[in-house]
Ligand binder design. Structure first.
Ligand code: DAT
Ligand code: MG
Length: 156
């Protein structure tokens, strides 16, 4: 089976910051073995959110969602690893935390939308667009982790 190294975008939402869960969430990705290739605080504005959540612009909760996302800065991260897009979504869990599988970030640590702690890109195409939306090329770092050497051949 062939696997590919991918990058994906994560945003730690204002509820993660307010509830002091930034470290807990980052730690889950570190323990999983994902590589953090970018990380910074971002103050989202209306324009960025209208682009980022364009697929929800006709929903009745769109205004509330934007207000929620602007309450505090968010923490943006780019994570890298084998099949990173799907792997990160798996660790994050379903949109509604009460329907998410136990063991996921949303199920373990949250109760409701929109305060489900974290955004993660939902496909490789989306990830590429979202990384560019929030990070400049020179904010992404290429480096070797010792664990990179544990993968041989195809890296299954
Ligand atoms: P996801 O974040 O799992 O990719 P999404 O892209 O469908 O889910 O929605 C983006 C965010 O919008 C979601 O994380 C929380 C919020 N949201 C979605 N459905 C909602 C609803 N019915 N009421 C309030 N907020 C909602
Ligand atoms: Mg989404």
């Amino acid at each position: 089976m062939s696997t590919t190294i991918q990058q994906t975008l994560v945003l730690l939402k204002p509820d993660a910051l307010q509830r002091d869960l930034l470290g807990e969430i980052v730690s889950r990705f570190e323990r999983k073995g994902m590589k953090i290739v970018a990380m910074k605080c971002i103050r989202l504005d209306e324009r960025m959110l209208e682009e980022h959540y364009a697929h929800l612009s006709d929903k009745p909760f769109f205004g509330t969602l934007k207000q929620f996302m602007m309450q505090t800065p968010v923490v943006g991260m780019v994570l890298e690893g084998y099949e990173a897009v799907a792997e990160v979504r798996k660790l994050v869990g379903s949109t509604n935390p009460r329907e998410a599988d136990a063991g996921t970030i949303r199920a373990d640590l949250s109760m409701n939308v929109p305060s489900n702690l974290i955004h993660a890109s939902d496909s490789l195409e989306t990830a590429q667009v979202e990384i560019k939306r929030f990070f400049k090329d020179d904010e992404l770092f290429d480096y070797e982790k010792i664990t990179d050497r544990y993968h041989f051949g195809e890296g299954i």
